[in-house]
Each structure stands twice: as C-alpha cells, then as structure tokens.
Design a protein around this ligand. Structure first.
Ligand SMILES: Nc1nc2c(c(=O)[nH]1)N[C@H]1C(S)=C(S)[C@@H](COP(=O)(O)O)O[C@H]1N2
Ligand SMILES: [Mo]
Length: 161
C-alpha cells in the first residue's frame, strides 16, 4: 500500500513538472514566432531578413491614408505599420537613390526617394483595426497614391544605389 502511494506521488510530480516545462516552452515559442519575413537587398552583401519580430523593435505607427481608385474616387483608411524610412534606418541603410518593393507574386514598383522618405509611406500590418492575413500580411501603404502603388504581400525590398 505504502509503495503504491509513493509511486502515485512520483507520477503526479512528474506530470506536474512536465506540464510546467511544456507551458513555458510554448509561451516562449508563440511570443517569438515569425509570421512574415521581408528580404532586404542592397544594404549588406547578403540579404537581410526583416521579420515581425524586428518590427516590434521599430514600433508600430498609425496613419490615416487615402487611396485613389482607378475610377477617380478616394477612400480613407486607418493603418498601423512600420514606417519604411524607419525600417531602413533601423537596418542602417545609408546611400540609396530609390527602392524597389516587390510582392510574393512578383508584382513590384520602384519608389523614388521622396516616397521612401515620406512619413506616410509605411509597411502596413493592421487595416482599420484588422490584422492582415494569408498571402497579404504586409501591405505597402502610400498615402495619396493610386491603388497600383499599394503592393500586397510585400516580400522583398531592394535598395538602388
Ligand atoms: N502583390 C500585388 N499587389 C498589388 C497588385 C498585384 O497584382 N499584386 N496589383 C495592384 C493594383 S494594379 C491594384 S488596382 C490593386 C488592386 O487591389 P484590390 O485587389 O484590393 O482591388 O492592388 C495593387 N497591389
Ligand atoms: Mo490596378
């Protein structure tokens, strides 16, 4: 009887300890989970990965942005994201004349320096309070520009000399 109790006690202890260790591991994993990656070329010899975890260090900013549609109408959206210039500064980008922003589907646009420098050009992740999902987790938000500039699913940013 006593030995059975002892074995029971040891098993319970083992279970509780495993549960503790398991939970701790899971929490850490979810806090550090990579949800999206943007490859940045033209700063260092090798491409730099900029992820949502790096984004946390840059910090979200909120802007109201107007998108011009093809029919000439305009829509205002509230966006949260990472300032493009702030991201490039964070990565210590120095000399560049323009940047090419490219999506996962290959769609791309070359942004002249004034658009890159604008406080209202951001890598948007939350649109009108809703986090972006699936193939479009990061969208280029360029206040005042036509919808063709609003690149969905940003995957790569190339700095041009
Ligand atoms: N990745 C990606 N983003 C893109 C495009 C595209 O083909 N691929 N098309 C652009 C153009 S030309 C337009 S008009 C809008 C269309 O956005 P909508 O599908 O929400 O209407 O997305 C822009 N962003
Ligand atoms: Mo378009």
């Amino acid at each position: 009887m006593k030995i059975k109790r002892f074995i029971g006690f040891i098993l319970t202890l083992a279970l509780v300890l495993t549960a503790f260790v398991g939970c701790g591991g899971e929490q850490k994993a979810s806090a550090d989970k990579v949800k999206w990656t943007i490859n940045i070329e033209g700063i260092k010899d090798e491409a730099i990965s900029f992820t949502n975890i790096d984004g946390e260090k840059v910090g979200l900013k909120e802007i109201k942005a107007i998108m011009k549609k093809k029919d000439g109408s305009e829509t205002e959206q509230t966006w949260k994201g990472y300032g493009l210039k702030e991201v490039l500064d964070y990565l210590k980008a120095e000399e560049y004349s323009a940047v090419v922003v490219e999506a996962g589907d290959g769609y791309s646009k070359e942004l002249p320096k004034d658009l890159v420098m604008s406080e209202e050009t951001i890598l948007g992740v939350i649109k009108d309070g809703e986090a972006l999902e699936d193939d479009n987790k990061v969208q280029l938000v360029v206040n005042g520009k036509g919808s063709n500039w609003w690149i969905k699913g940003v995957a790569k940013i190339k700095l041009l000399k």
